[in-house]
Every structure is written in C-alpha cells, then in structure tokens.
Design a protein. Structure first.
Length: 488
C-alpha cells in the first residue's frame, strides 16, 4: 500500500458527518457511561430515603438529597485526580479505559452489597472512575480538533448528544427495574451499561489513532515516592475526619461544596503562577474565571433535577399515563429527550454560522438567564397541593432546561480545551468540572431549604438570582472576550 493510501485511510484523516472518526468512539463510551451514571443517580435518592418496607434505607429526606448532591460534587472533584493521572502517568486515552473499569466495579458494589456499606463502597468507586473518565474523554475529543477549527463546537454538541442518549435510556431502564423487582436490579443494570461501553471502546480504539497516547507532563521517576506519600496522607486525613464526626451524612453537601471551592482557587493559582504557562495562556486562564462562576450558578439549579425535582416528581407530579403510573425517576429522562431533539439543530447552527455566532461569554450568559427563567416557570404551580402538577407542564419547562444547557454546557467543554495551557490540558478540563462539582454539591445544600409550602419563595428567589447573574456576565462579555486572544 502506498504512503498516500495509508494517509487517506488513517484515523486522523477519516471523517464521519464532517468530523474526525474518533468522535464516534468517544460518543459511544460516553453514552454508556452516562447510561450507568444517571440510571443509578435517578434512583439513588429514593433508595436512601424510602422506608425499609419499600426497599430503601430510611434516611431523612433532606439527608438523602444532600448525599445525592454531595456525591455528584465528589464525582467532579475526582476529575482533578483523573486529569493528573492522564497528564503525568498514563495519558488521556488509557485513563478513559481504566476509569470505566472502576465505574463498573462501583455499580457492581451497589448491586450486590447491602445497606450503607454498599452505598459507601459503590459511590466512592463510581466517583473515582467517573472523574477519570469524564475529564479525559472530553479533553481527548478536544485533541481531535485544532484550536481554531470551526467544527469544534459542532463536534462537542454531537458528543453531548451521546451523553444525553445515555442519560435518557438509563433512568428508563433502572426506574422500571426498581419499581418492579427492586433497587439492586436497577444498580445492576447500570453495571451492565458500563460494561457495554468498555467493550465498544476497546473494539473501536483504533479510531483514535495516536491521540491521547502521549503523557503531557510525565512524572519523573524520582517524584513517584512523593506522589504516593501525598496520596497516603490524603487517605489518612479523610479517614480521620470521618472518624471524628466532623463530616456527617447530614452536612456532607456543605463540606463538599467548601472543599471543591477551596481546591478551585488553589488550582487557578497553580496554573496562573506556573512557569510552564506563558503570558498568552495566562490571559486565557484569567478569562476562564467569570465563565467558571457562571457555570457554578447554572449547575446549582440544573442539578436539582436529582435533588429537589426528584422529590417534586415523587410527591407533587401526576405521572398517570392512561391509567398506568410511570416511575418517579423518569423525570431524569425528560430533559435528555429535548437535548436529543435539539442537539443536531444546535450542532448544525454553530457549524453553519461559524465566527458569526454569539461569543462564548454571551452563550454562557444566555444559558444562565434561561436556567433562571425555567425556575421561575414553576411559580404558577406552586399553590397546588398533592400530586396535582401535570407531567406535561414539567416536560415543557424541561425544554427550556435543555435549550439553556445547549447554550452553555457543550460550549463550555469546547472553550475549556481552547483556553487550556499546553502543560495542563487534562487538568484544565478537571478545573472546568470543578465548577460543575460546586454547582452539583450546592444543589444538595439548597435542597435542604425546599419545602412544599415554600415552593413560591424557593423557585422565585433562585430563578431571580440566576437571571441577575446571567445579565452581569452578558454585560462584561466584551472584556472576557478580549482576554481570550485567538478564541471566539
């Protein structure tokens, strides 16, 4: 075979729908990882607060929603470990694979181990594995595009379609299993989903070519002992904090929010002061700060799908469909349906308009404003009681959730890869996920203030704050854009 033929058939030159062929592999593995993650997450809160007679553990409802929020935050906190492993030890491509293996083991633990022992073991493993997989799958996708490639936003939007296909199917499967045969069968289905994702990833691994195989900032052999010692100290500190009762199930979401916030500040400081970051890269990191804050505001509302809105679905929504009552956790599948419908449109839109599209800061601002408006739309239903809120009304509101998410989330993934310093590519993505982590754990904190008799104030105040935050970001967007030379 000639060199020209080899080049034409190489993964780097092959495309699908105008995008690098490697997108298909990452699309698939993320689909199945999200199937397992959201399939488990949408029944987790119910498992924690349902009574023992209903198959649950009988924890207080506020504690259960706090745990769900804190767990989501810890998933995103662990992305820094996944990013560090990729940048310094394994490279992004191998870290994605091993992260998926750990996720699968976590779901198996939830399926077979009873009580809080199974919850603790399973959630720790899923958090660590998801952290490794999430940051690196997104960063790996970014390596398939040049920094100025106008296809990038469209590619990330298609990638986001894969995420939401998994997010849609997962809760449907686990909800039916949970209501018909029990919680542990639902957790088992999540393990099967992740196993399918790993098989697909291995079979089509060649589509990625050499992308993500390199180690950006290899750890010197002489520093390996120090890294192990730091990890050991960290484990001892966590064990001591838990043993002394400083961190309890009831305050886990507050502690998680604080820890990720402090870690985020430290990480920004490390990157801004690193000699491996040049002046242009440092300016881009500075521009990332207001986008980071906007992301926190957005996700603190959005992730309440799994805290407050999970309770709302269970206690306030009428899920009767032609005489059959659908599982309450199906609220987790509504918004992904909208994403699936709208993602191709947004992908084509950003690809078609190219540099004429709104700047990234303005997209962020519009996403936050839309999320605030979505919360305000719950106000007309706040005076009703019992299971009287029609599912169709909530489905319509979830449409605005989806539009807001598409304005912000895939764009956030894309711009993070563009703003990342070369020496911190994977770790910059981990920092992006820190903003999701703060927002997610904060959703658990905010859930503690929700009561059915406070719905008007709850949705009204949070919605108004989000709209105000979005307006501020929109107002300063020209300044943010000036700090992003070479990035739209």
């Amino acid at each position: 075979m000639s060199d020209a033929s080899q080049t034409a058939d190489s993964p780097a030159s092959r495309t699908v729908f105008g995008h690098p062929i490697g997108l298909t592999n990452l699309f698939g593995v993320e689909l199945w990882e999200r199937f397992s993650y959201y399939g488990m997450l949408t029944i987790l809160g119910y498992y924690l607060y349902y009574s023992a007679t209903d198959g649950g553990l009988g924890l207080p409802q506020s504690t259960a929603t706090g745990i769900v929020g804190a767990y989501g935050g810890l998933v995103y906190l662990s992305t820094v470990l996944g990013g560090w492993i990729a940048d310094r030890l394994l490279g992004m491509e191998r870290t994605v694979f091993y992260g998926g293996v750990v996720v699968m083991l976590g779901h198996i633990a939830l399926a077979v181990l009873p009580g809080l022992a199974g919850v603790g073991t399973g959630l720790v493993l899923v958090a660590l594995g998801s952290g490794a997989l999430k940051a690196n799958a997104s960063s790996l996708l970014g390596t398939l595009y040049a920094k100025a490639d106008p296809r990038s936003d469209g590619g990330f939007t298609l990638f986001y379609l894969g995420i939401n296909l998994g997010s849609f199917i997962g809760p449907l499967a686990t909800g039916l299993l949970q209501t018909n045969v029990g919680f542990h069968y639902g957790f088992g289905a999540a393990a099967v989903g992740m196993a399918l994702g790993l098989i697909q990833y291995v079979v089509f691994r060649r589509n990625l070519g050499t992308h993500g195989r390199e180690i950006a900032n290899p750890l010197p052999r002489s520093a390996l002992g120090k890294a192990i010692a730091v990890a050991a100290v960290g484990i001892v500190v966590v064990a001591a904090v838990l043993a002394t009762g400083v961190v309890r199930l009831s305050n886990l979401s507050e502690v998680t929010t604080g820890v990720i916030a402090v870690a985020s500040v430290a990480y920004f400081a490390v990157m801004l002061r690193s000699p491996k970051v040049d002046a242009t890269e440092r300016t881009r990191v500075t521009a990332f700060i207001p986008l980071f804050v906007a992301n926190v505001v957005f996700w603190s509302l959005f992730q309440q799908i799994f805290t407050v809105l999970a309770v709302y679905s269970d206690e306030r929504m009428n899920w009767s469909i032609f005489g059959w009552t659908a599982p309450s956790n199906w609220i987790g599948s509504i918004e992904p349906v909208w994403i699936i419908v709208l993602s191709p449109f947004f992908a084509m839109l950003w690809t078609k308009v190219g540099d004429r599209s709104p700047t990234t800061p303005r997209k962020f601002a519009l996403g936050v404003i839309g999320m605030g408006v979505a919360f305000l739309l719950f106000l007309p239903m706040s005076g009703s009681t019992g299971r009287s809120v029609p599912a169709l009304a909530v489905m319509a509101i979830m449409g605005l959730f989806a539009v807001s998410e598409l304005m912000l989330s895939p764009i956030g993934l894309s711009v993070t890869t563009k703003l990342a310093p070369q020496a911190f590519r994977a770790q910059m993505m981990a920092l992006y996920f820190f903003s999701l982590g703060i927002g997610t754990s904060l959703s658990g904190v905010l859930a503690g203030y929700y009561r059915p008799d406070r719905e008007f104030a709850y949705f009204g105040i949070l919605g108004a704050v989000a709209v105000a935050a979005g307006v501020i970001v929109y107002a300063i967007s020209p300044w943010i854009s000036r700090q992003m030379p070479g990035v739209h």
